[in-house]
Write a protein that binds this ligand. Structure first.
Ligand code: NDP
Ligand code: GDR
Length: 342
């Protein structure tokens, strides 16, 4: 039986990856941070507290800032594969907590790689790299060959993590891969990321819990895919003969504005935009109600304007392809939130 250790198992991707690996017959171990309120809602259905979960699913307390604990767990579990998904993953928040973000996202990766090197150099390692590395537009579409230009403390920390992964691969012959994943979403997406904020906001507006939605830069463009499709690519990277780095994306880009329009359309509301810049408003064209306001609070000091990935390498070498389209993704998220509130 193969054994995997996942950091960030309580997050969106961790929960989908855990399900994926359990279905493949893996024993799955996950790193969980102790918190004062319960943080396992995405994986509760897998936990075997009363015999209803999965016996091959095992959780351990730990933190990416604690190298002693990480080394001990790697020594004890002896995983064949480690997926490093743990991170302070919010780009805007990284401007508020840059040092913490760097400690977890950059040094956390180093701590894992160095433990692998010391404890068992045959462990395969996946690093959750990000399209945020591309940052300020250098080239469109963005591929494995596009130069990086990080635009936030989050992206700068992920840049270190990317290169330290490459360095440990070259210096110590580790099987270490970077998945450069473009934005991927799902009904399990954290509620402060823009897609989920919009779909949850729609559900709240329809049920009278919220009057309108406050958003920042609605002209930013993202290449959005479905998280369930992307975790398969992570696994595929570790099943290859040679370690390598891959862009995972859909090859389509949309503005936040388009995401809003389509999401509202899914519940029968046509959005009309009025005004411009910070005075722009999204209005229900049928009854004139204001549904979206622009707020300075949600703008970033430096923005990533346009992401559009070229997944050709993943398609040809990993035989990976996305299954869920942009339209299906928006519908899936809106339906889940609207039905959840009902
Ligand atoms: P989430 O924010 O949903 O999950 C992040 C996970 O990291 C949570 O389990 C969180 O634990 C954990 N974590 C945070 N800080 C620490 C720490 N100090 N020690 C250990 N664990 C910690 O992110 P996603 O699932 O969306 O993303 C997974 C990874 O992929 C992240 O590294 C992210 O940066 C990266 N990424 C994500 C993309 C996306 O579009 N989703 C695209 C490209 C890269 P807790 O639940 O306790 O907070
Ligand atoms: P991103 O995702 O920064 O791309 O990082 P997010 O959903 O936070 O922002 C996407 C774009 O939407 C704009 N935006 C808003 N964003 C948020 N969160 N809230 C708002 O109200 C809002 N209004 C407009 C943003 O300015 C931005 O341009 C995600 C994370 O998952 C990272 O961990 C990951 O590495 C990248 O995707 C790829």
């Amino acid at each position: 039986m193969k054994t995997a250790l996942i950091t960030g198992i309580t997050g969106q991707d961790g929960s989908y990856l855990a399900e994926f690996l359990l279905n493949k017959g893996y024993e799955v171990h996950g790193l969980v941070r102790r918190s004062s309120s319960i943080n396992t809602h995405r994986i509760d259905h897998l936990i075997d507290a009363d015999g209803t979960g999965n016996r091959n699913f095992i959780l351990h307390f730990g933190d990416l800032s604690d190298s002693c604990n990480l080394s001990k767990l790697i020594y004890k579990i002896e995983p064949s594969e480690i997926y490093n998904l743990g991170a302070q993953s919010h780009v805007k928040v990284s401007f508020d907590v840059p040092e913490f973000t760097s400690d977890v996202n950059a040094l956390g990766t180093l701590r894992l790689l160095d433990s692998i090197k010391e404890v068992a150099a045959d462990i395969k390692f996946y690093q959750a790299s990000s399209s945020e590395l591309f940052g300020k537009v250098q080239e469109i579409p963005q591929s494995e060959k596009t130069p990086f230009y990080p635009r936030s403390p989050y992206a700068a920390a992920k840049l270190y993590a990317y290169w330290i992964t490459v360095n440990y691969r070259e210096a110590y012959n580790l099987f270490a891969c970077n998945g450069i994943l473009f934005n991927h979403e799902s009904p399990r997406r954290g509620e402060t990321f823009v897609t989920r904020k919009i779909t949850k906001g729609i559900a709240n507006i329809l049920s009278g819990k919220q009057e309108k939605l406050y958003l920042g830069n609605i002209d930013a463009k993202r290449d959005w895919g479905f998280a369930g499709d992307y975790v398969e690519a992570m696994w595929l990277m570790l099943q290859q003969q040679e370690p390598d780095d891959y862009v995972i994306a859909t090859g389509e880009t949309h503005t936040v504005r388009e995401f809003c329009e389509l999401a509202f359309k899914n519940v029968g509301i046509n959005l009309k935009w009025e005004g411009s810049g910070e005075n722009e408003k999204g209005i229900n064209s049928a009854n004139g109600n204001e549904l979206i306001n622009i707020s300075r609070k949600f703008f970033r000091p430096t923005e990533v304007d346009l992401l559009l990935g070229d997944p050709t390498k993943a398609k040809t070498k990993l035989n990976w392809k996305q299954k869920v389209s942009f339209e299906q993704l928006v519908k899936m998220m809106v339906d889940s939130d609207v039905n959840g509130i009902k």
